[in-house]
Write a protein that binds this ligand. Sequence first.
Ligand SMILES: [Zn+2]
Length: 419
Amino acid sequence: MKQSQSEAQHTDVKDANVSALIEEQGNHWNQALVKAIFSPDEAQCILNIPLPESPLPDLWCWHLAKNGKHTVRSAYHAYINSDASPLTFSPNANSSSGPNPLWKQLWNLRIQPRIKHFLWRCCTGSISTPENLARHGLHNSDPCPLCKDIDSSSPHIFFHCPFATAIWKYAGLYEFLVEFQQPSWHLWIREFISPSFEGPTELIITICYLLWFHRNKSKFDSINMDPHSVVISARRLIKEFQEAQGWPERFSPSLSSHPLFGKPQPGPCIYVDGAISTHNNCAGVGIALLDDRGQFNKGLSKKFIGISNPEEAEFLAFREALFMAHNLSLSHFTIFGDAAFVVLAIHGETICPLQCQDTLSDIHRLKHSLSVAGIYWIPRDANFLAHDFAFFAKNMTSLLKWWSDPTYVHSQLDVFQQS
Ligand SMILES: [Zn+2]
């Protein structure tokens, strides 16, 4: 019950119970006492509260549920819509304007539920970063487990730590993220899920999740990972999850307006894709050549034994396309692939993984000796021909197969999928 100025004047009722305001019979308020203690408005509110006909014992009630019983769900909704929630941060957001749109945005992300839950914990300040621990009186001066720097704050863990920086560079996102830096990690991560953010939210959040996971692995189990494998794992987690859900690949507006995002080009076009079979420890490369009228000319499935890294398969696919162009004496041709990191690496916009550097050197050498109109990146759905040829390649018994009819590969794929 609200304490009023008038109540403060009645020190004799300061520690009294509500029952002191009720008549002895138990079903009427003591109007005179209520009016004497409270302001007229407060008194009217109290007198409007109905009393039960027969006396009931005192009990605790949860005022946010109609039946008076506490539920975690009601507390959660009250918290999320309250000013106390770290999610109600927008200057325009207040408790009367409904749930924060950020919250809806978060749960609509196309990433695994456990990663969304991690993100929710980040946004509500409940991951055990030094700042969050300090808010609960737990001061921790341990250095960063990954680089031993005395700064182990969340901006360090997720961005400034050399381990994190290397990851963002491998992912081709370092330069992009620099401009989004905020003094606090809460503000930083909220940028990525705000409706106006035009970057690859799902990849960024998944990398953050893995960064935190590896920070803990290093801190508690002394297990260290290499930054490159974190990026591969992040891409794989997203791809596998979205494919399992049957969702098409989604591109953010900023990515589709990226200068390396493929658009229709004149001249011959070569579509490339790589696939791996961890089970057989081999990679498949698929190439589809379309002539300058956009008609299918030929396709290639090529198998590489002893390669189980998806990035290596993608780099090999681009090199194979250039070999094909060289052998067919193509000129003014364009190459399209759905592996954005390879396209970025070829254009020097991201760091090439160590094990792919020889292949990248070959790509650069061939690119300079040939008349290449451009190398671009396209969505997975637009690369279905090369995808099918690559998928076929990793499963085939021979090492090389040429295709003259793209429809033929589908009947062959059906045989694979049935067996
Ligand atoms: Zn560090």
